[in-house]
Design a protein around this ligand. Structure first.
Ligand SMILES: Cc1cc2nc3c(=O)[nH]c(=O)nc-3n(C[C@H](O)[C@H](O)[C@H](O)COP(=O)(O)OP(=O)(O)OC[C@H]3O[C@@H](n4cnc5c(N)ncnc54)[C@H](O)[C@@H]3O)c2cc1C
Length: 446
C-alpha cells in the first residue's frame, strides 16, 4: 500500500522572503504595455526599438560571461539588478537563443527529493512565477500541472515519499489514485492489455511550461537595458592568464580583459574549461526533442511516464512536444540518432495509443553536460577569477532563474549563496553527491 501523503495544508514558504524586485519593473527604455502596443499600432511610423543593443566589445569589463544561453543571460541580469555590477559583457558565439535555451521541451517544476535540489528548484519556480513582471516581457508561464505516473505499488510508495518531502518543504504536491488519474488523463491506455498499467500518480499543480525563446529574449532585453553588453557572433577562443590567474579572454573579435570571468556554455563546459587547464567531471551527450503535427487540445498537463523516462505536453500551436533519455554516448553533433526516436515513439504509443496515428513533424537535439551525479556546478574554480555554471542536463531550463540569481551572487561576492553551496566542484571528494535520480555513477542513465 502506498504511504499516505502528509495532509497538512501546504502554503508556499518563501525561501528568500524578500524577492523585492519580483513585482517591480526594470527601468526599460521602452516598456511593453497595452498603451505602447496601441501607440505603435496607430503610429506605424514610430518603429519598435531593438529589444537589446548590439555593441562592439569594449577592451575591458568587470565581469565577462562566456555563453549567451539562459544561464549566461540570467546571470548578467542579476549581476546588474541585484548587485549593481553593470560593466558586464555576455560573449555568445552564435545568436541569442541558438543553444539549448531554445531547444528544450520547456518544462518547469520543483518536484525534487534531495535537500539541495528541493530548495533550489522551488526558489526557481517562485522566480518563474513573477518573471514576466520582473522582466516586463511575457515569458508565457503556463502552470498547467505536471503529473508523474506510477505503474506498480512500489512506484506509488516512491511518489508518496517524494510528495511528503516536497510538502515538508512547503512545496505543493498531491498524490492521485488510479480513478483520479483516469479523470485528468482520460486518453491513457487503461485497458487490460496495457503494457504498463497505470496505478496512480502525483501532481504538482504549479509546475508547467514556459516559452523558451521568450526567456532568452526577456533576460537579454532586461540585462541590456541595465547596461550589460551582449556580444553575439563572437566566439571565446582562449583565456589570458597572468601568474596563474585568469585576466581575460581571447575572442574572434579580439582580446577582452576581465576582472572576473564566468563560464556558462552548457554542453561545451568541459572543452571551454580545458582552455584554462581545468579538467571537469563532465561528459557531453545529446538529448532529443520531438514535435508532432498539430492537433486539437488533447493533453492539458505535462505528463511523465513512470516506466521509462518519457515526458509529453501540448504546445499552444497544437503540436505534441515530447522527449526521453539522452542518446547514451558522447556527441557534439546536435543531430539525434534513429534508435532513440524508436524508443521514444514506443513510450508514446504504449502510454497514449491514439498518438500512433500522428505524424512526427520534426525533431532535434541539444548538447548536454552530464555530471557523475546528474547535478550541476554553480561555483568558483581552483583558478582565481574563474567561475563555473555548468553540468546542466535534463533540469537546466527550469533552473535558469535560480541559477542566474545564485551564480550572480557567487561571482559578485566570491562566495556561495546558501542555495548553491551544494553545487560545488569538490563535492565528489567530500561525499556530497546529489543523486536525485538514484542512478549512481552512470551518466547515461540519469
Ligand atoms: C532536447 C532538450 C530538451 C530539454 N528539455 C528540458 C526541459 O523540459 N526542462 C528543463 O529544465 N531542461 C530541459 N533541457 C535542458 C536545458 O535546455 C539546458 O540544460 C539549458 O538550457 C542549458 O543552459 P543554457 O540555456 O545556458 O544553454 P545554451 O542555450 O546552450 O547556452 C550556452 C551558450 O554558450 C555558447 N557557447 C558555447 N561555447 C562558446 C564559446 N567558446 N564562446 C562563446 N559562446 C559559446 C553556445 O553557443 C550557447 O548559446 C532540455 C535540453 C534539450 C537539449
Amino acid at each position: 500500500m502506498p504511504v499516505a501523503i502528509d495532509s497538512r495544508r501546504v502554503s508556499h514558504v518563501p525561501i528568500i522572503p524578500a524577492l523585492k524586485h519580483q513585482f517591480g519593473f526594470p527601468a526599460l527604455a521602452k516598456r511593453y504595455s497595452a498603451l505602447s502596443l496601441l501607440r505603435h499600432a496607430l503610429l506605424p511610423s514610430s518603429p519598435w526599438p531593438r529589444a537589446w543593443r548590439s555593441p562592439a566589445p569594449k577592451s575591458s569589463y568587470d565581469v565577462v560571461i562566456i555563453g549567451g544561453g539562459g544561464h549566461g543571460l540570467a546571470t548578467a541580469y542579476y549581476l546588474a539588478a541585484n548587485h549593481g555590477i553593470k560593466n558586464v559583457a555576455v560573449i555568445e558565439r552564435g545568436y541569442i537563443g541558438s543553444g539549448n535555451v531554445g531547444r528544450n521541451t520547456t518544462i518547469v517544476r520543483s518536484n525534487y527529493m534531495i535537500g539541495g535540489n528541493t530548495k533550489f528548484f522551488e526558489f526557481s519556480l517562485q522566480l518563474w512565477e513573477g518573471l514576466s513582471h520582473t522582466l516586463n516581457f511575457n515569458v508565457m508561464l503556463s502552470q498547467r500541472g505536471q503529473i508523474g505516473l506510477a505503474h506498480n505499488p512500489s512506484q506509488m510508495d516512491v511518489l508518496a515519499r517524494k510528495g511528503n518531502i516536497m510538502r515538508l518543504h512547503g512545496i505543493d504536491a498531491e498524490l492521485l489514485d488510479r480513478g483520479q488519474v483516469m479523470k485528468l488523463l482520460p486518453y491513457l491506455d487503461y485497458s487490460d492489455a496495457a503494457r504498463f498499467p497505470v496505478v496512480g500518480g502525483i501532481i504538482q499543480q504549479r509546475a508547467g511550461t514556459v516559452r523558451h525563446d521568450a526567456v532568452a529574449w526577456g533576460y537579454a532585453r532586461a540585462a541590456s537595458d541595465l547596461g550589460v553588453d551582449i556580444i553575439e557572433n563572437c566566439e571565446m577562443t582562449g583565456f589570458t592568464m597572468e601568474q596563474g590567474k585568469v585576466t581575460g579572454i581571447e575572442t574572434t573579435k579580439g582580446p577582452i580583459r576581465a576582472g572576473k570571468t564566468a563560464i556558462a556554455v552548457a554542453g561545451h563546459s568541459s572543452h571551454v574549461a580545458a582552455k584554462a587547464g581545468l579538467r571537469l567531471p563532465v561528459e557531453s551527450h545529446l538529448l532529443q526533442a520531438f514535435v508532432s503535427e498539430p492537433i486539437k487540445p488533447l493533453i492539458h498537463h505535462v505528463v511523465s511516464f513512470g516506466a521509462e523516462l518519457f515526458y509529453i505536453s501540448q504546445s499552444d500551436k497544437g503540436g505534441l512536444v515530447f522527449g526521453g533519455h539522452i542518446d547514451g554516448f558522447n556527441n557534439y553533433t546536435q543531430r539525434g540518432q534513429l534508435p532513440k526516436i524508436q524508443t521514444v515513439a514506443e513510450c508514446a504509443v504504449s502510454l497514449i495509443p491514439a498518438v500512433s496515428r500522428l505524424r512526427l513533424l520534426r525533431h532535434w537535439a541539444g548538447i548536454m553536460d552530464m555530471t557523475p551525479d546528474g547535478a550541476p556546478f554553480i561555483c568558483g574554480t581552483p583558478i582565481p577569477n574563474l567561475y563555473l555554471d555548468g553540468g546542466w542536463c535534463y533540469q537546466g531550463f527550469k533552473a535558469i532563474p535560480a541559477s542566474g540569481w545564485t551564480f550572480a551572487h557567487t561571482v559578485a561576492k566570491g562566495e556561495a549563496h546558501e542555495l548553491n553551496r551544494c553545487f560545488s566542484l569538490d563535492r565528489f571528494e567530500k561525499g556530497g553527491e546529489l543523486d536525485d535520480h538514484g542512478a549512481g555513477n552512470w551518466n547515461y542513465k540519469q
